[in-house]
Design a protein around this ligand. Structure first.
Ligand code: NIG
Ligand code: FE
Length: 418
């Protein structure tokens, strides 16, 4: 039986429809429906419109009415297209060392960094990983994030990567948010691997990729293209193999040094993420491609370094998504809305650009065409903020959270009930 629900009225509803995926956006390009209602059928949006106009139709479908009291602004559920929220341990000590003057790479070389988290993640059982990932996914959901990409990359052997990816899959089945898994076995050459970078990548491609396909564990392959991880030359055969097996490709690119965006463009990656070190050349490369450039302001805030040149990327005609990069090392905060608002302030981004970067453009970065906008046929994932003016959301720089979260047409969190 079909189950209809009618939700509203929203003083302002921003459906995030009709926006180009690429290029700069003005706030005047945002369509805003005043006094809007959302008619939901099961887990999808059936219709969006003016509340009073749709009410009759809602009644014809015997919709359950969910009335919002007071003024609310509605947005699509936020999409965080880049996280590492499945991990063991903590890197609070790295953070303290960095803030006392040591660099990210110095700390990594001295035994901290990614390898420290690999050691702690390997020690954790799959159940422990599920428990911790669930906690972080639920915190994200409460903050309005209804779709969360989650990377492996702290296992760094066939078995340990599988443990992580199975933990991500099992967490996905237990939480309200959708978790989109990505295999990041190419995060660094594991220190206990007895062989070259090339041999490690070959082994992962031969032994892990087929299991990802067989068990449906991940459809996306990521790699850290960086001096401390894998070079453009080393990663090429790995991405070639991924492409042959029809995986989507995404790249940790230009974080400290350039070359990653060229790799992303060459392999038709869905996204190139980080880009803090990108220069004019990389910006042009990305802007002239279909690769979604993803800014990770949480990593800039965690490391105390430059932001991704988001303004330049947009002005050059690129697509910009904004994600949290939530991870125990470089991005420990994990608050997407705060980080995106702060990026907007430093990079001079319009409301439209920041909001699109966490909704419709983030959906493009994950190649998901069923969400990120509010229109008939899209997933009924949306969030409400208690205000009469959408500008208040970013103006409060993250210290103003949504009060109700709908996921697949059902209330997944309601602040009024907590
Ligand atoms: O996206 N840059 C590489 N990978 C992660 C950091 C992971 C870590 O430090 O544990 C990132 O910032
Ligand atoms: Fe990352």
């Amino acid at each position: 039986m079909q189950n209809f629900k009618y939700i509203g009225p929203f003083k302002q509803l921003l459906p995030m429809t009709g926006l180009p995926v690429k290029g700069a956006l003005l706030d005047t390009q945002l369509s805003i429906i005043e006094n809007a209602g959302i008619l939901v059928r099961d887990d999808q949006i059936f219709q969006v419109g003016v509340y009073e106009d749709l009410l009759e139709e809602a009644k014809n479908h015997k919709a359950e009415i969910f009335r919002l009291e007071g003024n609310h602004v509605g947005l699509p559920g936020l999409i965080d297209s880049h996280t590492h929220i499945c991990f063991g341990g903590s890197r609070a000590n790295d953070y303290a060392l960095r803030n006392s003057g040591k660099s990210y790479l110095e700390i990594a070389k001295a035994g901290g960094g990614i390898w420290d988290t690999v050691t702690q993640t390997r020690k954790a059982s799959k159940e422990e990983l599920i428990k911790r990932t669930t906690k972080l996914a639920n915190r994200h959901l409460k903050n309005g994030v209804t779709t969360i990409e989650v990377k492996s990359g702290y296992g760094l052997s066939v078995d340990e990567e599988l443990k992580m990816l199975r933990a991500i899959r099992d967490t996905d089945s237990q939480v309200s948010a959708d978790l989109i898994a990505t295999c990041l076995a190419a995060h660094m050459l594991p220190k206990d691997y007895n062989g070259s970078h090339e041999a490690y990548l070959y082994e992962i491609g031969e032994k892990l990729f087929p299991v990802l396909r067989k068990e449906g564990l991940a459809n996306r392959i990521d790699a850290f293209v960086e001096e401390s991880a894998f070079s453009a030359v080393q990663i090429a055969p790995y991405f070639e193999k991924a492409r042959q097996m029809n995986f989507d490709i995404t790249v940790h690119a230009d974080q400290f040094s350039t070359s990653g965006s060229q790799v992303a463009v060459d392999f038709g990656a869905v996204s190139a993420d980080h880009l803090e070190a990108s220069s004019e050349k990389e910006i042009q490369l990305l802007a002239n491609s279909d690769v979604v450039a993803t800014a990770l302001p949480g990593a800039s805030l965690g490391l105390g370094c430059a932001f991704t040149p988001a303004r330049k990327i947009l002005d050059a005609g690129g697509a910009l998504a904004i994600a949290s990069d939530h991870n125990p090392g470089s991005a420990p905060m994990g608050d997407l809305l705060t980080q995106a608002a702060v990026l907007g302030t430093f990079e001079k981004l319009s409301n439209a650009e920041v909001l699109a970067g966490m909704t419709v453009r983030a959906a493009a970065a994950l190649k998901l065409n069923d969400r990120g906008q509010l229109a008939a046929g899209y997933k009924a994932d949306f969030i409400a903020f208690h205000t009469d003016n959408y500008q208040e959301i970013l103006y409060n720089q993250g210290n103003f959270k949504p009060c109700v979260i709908w996921k697949n047409g059902a209330v997944a969190f309601d602040k009024h009930k907590h």
